[in-house]
Design a protein around this ligand. Structure first.
Ligand code: FAD
Length: 297
């Protein structure tokens, strides 16, 4: 049973002026996907997100589409747009040109990332000889160009290429010291991983917000694949909840909603007030979760 404090924290969620939401999208490839993209953006825009962000395909493969989408989000909905940007396969001058295009389009926020090598996640990353070396280097470069709001990535289960926890947290600090405003985490499914990470970072002197990245499980099979590729683990209890639901989309959807609701309300009870949602360009689950957190369209 909920104790009175927890109940109160949930009941007052409606009045939380400190609640900050952001929504991540990927640039659509086809006309049908683009239709769903805009439909979702229009449904989520009234939730007053801090920003709606659009990812940057591996090796800059979506450069034009990312730019087109963020420019239009800003122009059509008035919602602040954030563009992701990576260092992969480009010189500093080329990356700087993209930053200037974002600036000219009125995009005030950038999610600055190293990116993964074209050979795939987990392979050794070799920076372009004239390129930014890593995300911290990129953040410093963006800061030299303009007064952007900058987010960087954080890893509650440690980045797979970090030698140990100290190296991982040192890297987070370098990115924030270079001028990032906040970190957004990789997806995670055990809140304990996030809370322990927060504790490690705070102990190391990190004061910037570390926003949990929440991945609603629209398809357990698909999300398990993503998680494996980015080094996020799927706890046994989670796999058990979805076991045998491959051909039962209705129950799958209900379990997915329950799992995500449990995750965000637990974090809210822990005092978390900023959330970043990996939407996969869908709005329904995210709309419901925002409502649970106290934000309605
Ligand atoms: P970095 O912070 O540069 O770190 C990468 C690794 O290198 C870490 O292990 C770090 O410890 C190590 N390292 C860095 N600098 C040093 C140093 N000086 N000395 C020693 N070790 C060092 N990818 C995309 O391609 N497009 C996207 O749009 C995208 N969006 C993302 C959004 C979020 C919120 C997150 C969490 C990830 C996203 N990614 C995206 C994935 C990201 O590009 C990968 O996780 C990538 O492997 C690491 O990027 P990073 O910015 O964390 O790298």
């Amino acid at each position: 049973m909920l104790d009175d404090n927890l109940r109160a924290s949930r009941q007052t969620a409606d009045q939380r002026p400190d609640l900050q939401l952001s929504f991540e999208f990927f640039p659509p490839k086809t006309d049908v996907m683009e239709e769903r993209f805009w439909d979702s953006i229009h449904k989520l825009a009234p939730l007053h997100p801090r920003f709606v962000s659009v990812t940057y395909g591996a090796g800059g493969s979506t450069r034009e589409r990312t730019l087109r989408m963020v420019s239009r989000i800003k122009a059509d909905t008035g919602v602040p747009a954030a563009a992701h940007l990576t260092c992969v396969g480009a010189t500093k001058a080329e990356v700087d040109d993209v930053v200037r295009l974002y600036q000219a389009a009125g995009v005030g926020s950038i999610v600055a990332l190293r990116g993964d090598p074209p050979e795939g996640v987990g392979q050794k990353f070799t920076p372009h000889p004239d390129g930014y070396q890593n995300a911290a280097d990129l953040v410093a470069g963006i800061r030299r160009i303009g007064d952007f709001d900058i987010s960087v990535a954080a890893y509650p289960e440690k980045h797979p290429q970090s030698a140990d926890w100290d190296a991982d947290i040192d890297n987070l600090k370098r990115k924030l010291d270079a001028g990032a405003d906040r970190a957004i985490t990789q997806m995670f499914f055990s809140n304990g991983d996030y809370l322990r990470y927060l504790e490690r970072a705070r102990k190391a002197g990190v004061t910037a917000p570390i926003v949990p990245g929440i991945q609603p499980i629209h398809s357990f099979k698909q999300i398990s694949g993503f998680a494996a590729r980015c080094g996020a683990s799927i706890p046994d209890w989670l796999a058990e909840r979805f076991e045998g639901l491959e051909d039962d989309p209705e129950t799958h959807a209900l379990v997915a909603a329950a799992v995500a609701a449990e995750q965000v309300t637990e974090l809210l009870d822990e005092g978390v007030t900023e959330f970043h949602f990996y939407t996969l360009n869908r709005s329904n689950l995210v709309l419901a979760l925002a409502r649970l957190l106290g934000r309605r369209a």
